[in-house]
Design a protein around this ligand. Structure first.
Ligand SMILES: [Zn+2]
Length: 197
């Protein structure tokens, strides 16, 4: 295996491929997310908006929307799993839609994408398979297709957002998994000036 810890130059394709080869599927997007989204179709409009090219059938992308969408009401967007390993955001967004969202219907339009980075969710990773941090990739012509897909979905709402709640957490594995990976990667400068950590 290529030893990325000895690399003192920015990762090349071989380094990225070596990192990706070490990643394993550890949980099921279908069982833990898609099945719950499909169940929400009893009360919401659940529509497929695309998929990820890494594995299109494994990673379909869905938007959950309130039925009675109205231009007269403010719109609230709830997203989770931009960092797929931040599990509480994914499960929290689903739980909110299942348990609490009904309380807000009629007052706001509600849109929810609970798991923006499903490969990261399944492999419990901050990065996507291309070793990109999705939370640094929300800009035009994004190299992260998770971000391009979400931006396209938001644009399709064709309405201003009053509130966007993007659910993150600090995980126990930040110190044991993610930071060592990042530290093994010198001159990693995937950041946007002024963007939050
Ligand atoms: Zn995060």
């Amino acid at each position: 295996m290529h030893d990325t810890t000895r690399t003192r130059e920015p990762w090349g394709e071989a380094d990225k491929a070596a990192w990706r080869a070490r990643q394993q599927l550890r949980r099921s997007y279908r069982e833990l997310v898609l099945d719950r989204m499909q169940a929400l179709a009893a009360n919401f409009n659940v529509q497929q908006t695309g998929n990820l090219s890494y594995d299109p059938s494994r990673y379909p992308l869905f938007l959950i929307r309130s039925h009675d969408w109205s231009a007269a009401r403010p719109t609230v967007l709830l997203t989770g799993g931009v960092h797929g390993y931040e599990t509480s955001g994914v499960l929290g967004a689903l739980q909110f839609m299942e348990r609490d969202a009904q309380d807000y219907l009629g007052r706001v339009n509600l849109a929810c994408v609970p798991c923006v980075s499903p490969w990261g969710f399944e492999t419990i990773n901050r990065w996507n398979p291309l070793t990109l941090d999705p939370n640094r990739c929300f800009y035009a012509d994004s190299p992260a297709e998770e971000c391009a897909a979400l931006m396209q979905t938001v644009a399709s709402l064709a309405t201003p957002l009053l509130v966007h709640m993007d659910l993150h957490e600090t995980t126990d594995t930040d110190n044991t998994v993610f930071r060592p990976d990042r530290a093994a990667r010198p001159k990693f400068t995937q950041s946007i000036p002024g963007w939050r950590a």
